[in-house]
Design a protein around this ligand. Structure first.
Ligand code: PHE
Ligand code: NA
Length: 446
């Protein structure tokens, strides 16, 4: 495979594409419930620190590899390793990334399917005037219905794979341009509404006043995994986007903008969701249903609630769509690199992700008690191990490759920065990001 000539249309388009990959279920659905299960403010603080110290520098490493290689992840790693006189085995890192996103997309598609169901329910006005208890019970009844879960999972995956089949760059650009600002605005409105509820004070305290007594190695591991997950780093997915990056763009600036946007979306979602949690006397550690129950409750009390809720789920769906497209791309690119036509590669990926997703969908009904590992069922396994373990391992290898293996001149050109900034980045990756990731991974395993 030779160098790609395709480029994103502008610097802005690249930032929006990466933001589209970053902002998704991770911010609005996963962040609140994982923070809820891991004690709140201390988790938030550690997670933000990891985003800045690990996620951001490793994100730059990942994108610069794609930009320097200008190929699909496996091929880029292979070519760059050969150039550096290193082992061609580095290319297997691309395959590991593809396996990671394979697992992630399988549950991501199931949960995004919930948004489809909730979008339709909001349009129908099903939540208007319903009590908190009724909304909670309705969500549980929905999860217990495997047919409905599979139907929505299928629909979402079909939406995703149709865009992927058509090729990513052009279709995505337009979608992202429009969507991200809208989603942001709506979250601002929601957070504004949250300030008027009586749970607002408790939510702020819970989110921003850390109690470090509750911090365990497992909390730290979850915070690190979530930092990688939310930035879409560690699975070579952004490497694929870096291959289309314009030549004259500064990578640190672009990555910094994405990280700030991503954190602020999570914060806005957290404020909105936990205000309702506390106003309703709910449990912050309520698990994956947290957002799907709290937001309908909040909107059911608002004038014009059904309309707002429909808009919210529509935007969430579109945000998860752009993330899912990014999740699918490295697998399709890898298969293409092995000689498959794009259409066939897309079909193979769609079918295998669909099959694996069934295990997640059934985990809420007849497979709920099938707990093959650590007492966790399939949904719990596939939504925690790949984000918390595989992404950090992938990120670690990506960081080692960019900071220790690639020649300085290549890295500097791909970063698009001054020598001073290059050394700053390299020192952070070498002496902070890499050791820190190793320490957290090891301490959680022991
Ligand atoms: N960053 C996405 C989110 O927060 C998830 C994602 C992970 C996307 C890994 C691509 C790669 O929803
Ligand atoms: Na995110």
């Amino acid at each position: 495979m030779s160098e790609t000539l395709e480029r994103w249309g502008s610097k802005r388009a690249f930032i929006l594409a990466v933001t589209g990959a970053a902002v998704g279920l991770g911010n609005i659905w996963r962040f609140p419930y994982v923070a809820g299960e891991n004690g709140g403010a201390a988790f938030l603080l550690i997670y933000v620190a990891f985003v800045l110290l690990l996620g951001l520098p490793v994100m730059m490493a990942e994108i610069l590899i794609g930009r320097a290689g200008r190929r699909g992840p496996m091929q880029a790693l292979g070519v760059l390793a050969a150039d550096a006189g290193a082992s061609r085995h580095w290319r297997w890192l691309g395959l590991f990334g593809a396996f990671t996103v394979f697992c992630i997309l399988s549950f991501y598609s199931v949960v995004s399917g919930w948004s489809i169901e909730f979008l339709v329910a909001s349009i129908n006005g099903n939540f208007q005037g319903a009590s908190a208890a009724e909304i909670g019970a309705g969500f549980n009844a929905f999860l217990a219905n495997p047919g409905l879960l599979v139907f929505n999972h299928t629909l979402f995956l079909f939406m995703t794979m149709s865009v992927v089949a058509a090729g990513v760059a052009k279709g995505l650009e337009r979608l992202n341009n429009l969507l991200m600002p809208l989603l942001y605005l709506l979250l601002l409105l929601l957070a504004g509404y949250a300030t008027t509820t009586q749970g607002f004070g408790a939510a702020l305290a819970w989110l921003f006043l850390p109690e470090f007594g509750a911090v365990t190695p497992s909390v730290v591991l979850h915070a690190m995994g979530h930092a990688f997950f939310t930035l879409a780093v560690g699975a070579c997915a952004l490497m694929a986007y870096g291959a289309y990056m314009p030549d004259d763009q500064s990578l640190p600036k672009a990555a910094g903008a994405v990280a700030i946007l991503d954190i602020s979306v999570a914060l806005l979602a957290g404020i909105a969701i936990f205000s309702v949690v506390f106003a309703q006397g709910m449990d912050p550690a309520d698990g994956p249903g947290l957002m799907f129950v709290t937001l309908p409750i909040a909107f059911s009390q608002l004038p014009g609630g059904s309309l707002w809720l429909s808009v919210f789920f529509l935007l969430l769906l579109l945000a998860t769509w752009t993330s899912a497209i990014n999740l699918a791309e490295p697998m399709v690119a890898t298969l293409q690199g092995m000689g498959l036509r794009r259409s066939l590669a897309t079909a193979v990926v769609a079918l295998s992700v669909w099959l694996l997703g069934l295990l997640s969908a059934f985990s809420f009904s007849f497979m709920a008690d099938f707990r093959p590992l650590f007492g966790r069922n399939m949904f719990e396994l596939v939504s925690s191990i790949p984000p918390d373990i595989f992404l950090p391992i992938g990120g670690l290898l990506i960081a080692i490759f960019a900071a220790w293996v690639m020649p300085r001149a290549t890295v500097m050109r791909a970063l698009g920065t001054s020598q001073r900034h290059f050394y700053l980045w390299q020192n952070i990756v070498r002496w902070v990001a890499i050791p820190l990731t190793c320490i957290v991974l090891l301490s959680a395993l022991v």
